[in-house]
Design a protein around this ligand. Structure first.
Ligand SMILES: *C1O[C@H](CO)[C@@H](O)[C@H](O)[C@H]1NC(C)=O
Ligand SMILES: *[C@@H]1O[C@H](CO)[C@@H](O)[C@H](O)[C@H]1NC(C)=O
Ligand SMILES: *[C@@H]1O[C@H](CO)[C@@H](O)[C@H](O)[C@H]1NC(C)=O
Ligand SMILES: *[C@@H]1O[C@H](CO)[C@@H](O)[C@H](O)[C@H]1NC(C)=O
Ligand SMILES: *[C@@H]1O[C@H](CO)[C@@H](O)[C@H](O)[C@H]1NC(C)=O
Length: 440
């Protein structure tokens, strides 16, 4: 061996290898292995009624229409060890392969179990926070953007109920037995704000990027499906959204904010009441128009569950409802709100629709309307199916869950929709899209 070769190549090589080995040994704890490189991404913003990616070409060609999905359990599945983490990674990879660009997931888990993120007001389990760090890093790796929801209306993962319980445990005795004091009691509002602040100012332990600076976050969602039935005329929820959206913006000016509504029209939107699935829709203390019109709310969010909302309708009745529901919200977003609207949960019961073709038919009803809207660069900005699973996460299954193995035709339909949305913008592909996987 030439001595010169040894000095010029071998010694440095050995040096690099031993430093790498040292780094590897030091960081081998998978929970703290640092991320050295991440793909570049722009932030999502809005331009009148559509989304754009800032930092891309800034003509109207950079309009972004979304095909996406829900997997609410990503953080929880990332807490314990690499074999369950690999399911999270697999899920995000699967989304990318289907041309999906946005995933909605929970950034909350309130309570006292070992997988709770917030164990009492303002107190966090660092291990669970690192699981959320991991989800964000993996999303970015796959060029997926996340809609992160900040609290639940329902009591799964704590929700409103847990916040009210904390207040009671702290000796506050004027919280009503309704969980709705979540929206009005000053102490509980402070709990929520402290939580929001901890999330938004978090520095990712893996990438060292602050959440407020992370382009792989598509938006913050104030709450999953807020309802405040005890005040059906809606001012309580309206005031809460106004206050909390402003609070989020005061900490983070780069990210979009949405409410997380189901989309029912309230008592003040009488001209729209026939669009609701029933009279009950107006009595839940929310109002799609008023709540979404708030200045700091950047885009409207709507859910669609025809199987749960009109239980006794046949397939045709459900498809009719769905068409009106989607058209009405897109038209209000375009003409009244002048903001994009995302259908952030669209779910069809596999128990009630016995045939996969029926699920596909209903899903296609929504997708076709989004596609028409995208062709005209209008406000119907996309839909997120509830929910996609990979094999091995059956514990998170519900009657709306789709697994590729069992529902290949639905997966094909979802992918085809991603592709036709992409084709509309194919002569103006953003740099990001050109680099990402092409399923089409
Ligand atoms: C913007 O979009 C419109 C409608 O699709 C098109 O006619 C126009 O040429 C586009 N402008 C630019 C700068 O690409
Ligand atoms: C927003 O859209 C308008 C046309 O509607 C266009 O002229 C403008 O350049 C767009 N701005 C950005 C930042 O994309
Ligand atoms: C929201 O919470 C209330 C209880 O406070 C409950 O009655 C309602 O069913 C929940 N709704 C949804 C859709 O989450
Ligand atoms: C409960 O008490 C606090 C002060 O401790 C007060 O600010 C609040 O208005 C009271 N009532 C409700 C419903 O929040
Ligand atoms: C709803 O809340 C508003 C404002 O707090 C109050 O004026 C109104 O009386 C409440 N309505 C009902 C039905 O509780």
């Amino acid at each position: 061996m030439e001595p010169e070769w040894r000095e010029r190549i071998l010694y440095p090589l050995v040096g690099i290898l031993s430093i790498s080995a040292l780094l590897y040994l030091n960081f081998n704890d998978e929970l703290s292995f640092p991320v050295l490189w991440q793909p570049k991404m722009g932030f999502v913003a809005t331009n009148s009624t559509h989304f754009i990616v800032v930092g891309d070409r800034n003509d109207n060609n950079s309009a972004m229409y979304v095909n996406g999905w829900n997997s609410y359990w990503l953080m929880e599945k990332s807490i314990w060890g690499s074999s369950s983490r690999s399911k999270v990674s697999k899920t995000l990879k699967m989304g990318a392969k289907m041309g999906l660009s946005v995933c909605r997931t929970w950034a909350f888990s309130d309570g006292d179990g070992p997988s709770a993120l917030q164990t009492s007001p303002g107190v966090f389990n660092e291990r669970v926070f690192r699981a959320l760090d991991y989800v964000i890093v993996e999303a970015r790796k796959n060029r997926i953007r996340l809609i992160l929801s900040l609290v639940n209306n329902l009591s799964a993962f704590g929700g409103k109920t847990q916040y009210v319980r904390w207040a009671e445990e702290a000796g506050i005795n004027n919280v009503s037995s309704f969980d709705d004091s979540f929206f009005s009691h000053p102490t509980i509002k402070d709990y929520y704000k402290a939580y929001v602040k901890a999330i938004l100012t978090r520095k990712n332990s893996l990438s060292r990027v602050k959440y407020s600076e992370e382009p792989a976050i598509f938006a913050w969602e104030l709450m999953n499906e807020p309802r405040c039935s005890s005040n059906s005329s809606a001012p309580v929820l309206q005031a809460w959204i106004t206050e909390m959206a402003a609070y989020v913006k005061s900490l983070d000016k780069k990210h979009l904010v949405t409410v997380g509504l189901e989309g029912f029209y309230g008592l003040k939107s009488t001209q729209r009441s026939s669009v609701n699935p029933g009279e009950w829709g107006a009595l839940l203390g929310s109002d799609f128009i008023q709540n979404s019109a708030i200045n700091n709310i950047d885009f409207a969010s709507v859910h669609a569950y025809p199987d749960s909302w009109i239980r006794h309708g046949d397939l045709e009745a459900k498809a009719n409802f769905l068409s009106h529901w989607v058209d009405s919200h897109m038209s209000d977003a375009e003409n009244v709100l002048k903001k994009p609207v995302l259908f952030t949960e669209v779910g069809f019961s596999l128990r009630m629709n016995k045939k996969t073709e029926d699920v596909n038919f209903l899903l296609k009803t929504v997708y076709d309307r989004i596609y028409e809207s995208a062709k005209k660069r209008q406000a119907g900005a996309g839909a997120l199916i509830w929910q996609l699973l990979v094999e091995g996460v059956e514990e998170y299954s519900d009657q709306f869950s789709l697994v590729a193995r069992d529902h290949p035709s639905t997966f094909k339909l979802i992918t085809r929709h991603s592709c036709r949305l992409r084709r509309i913008f194919s002569n103006s592909k953003t740099n990001e899209e050109l680099q990402s996987e092409d399923p089409c």
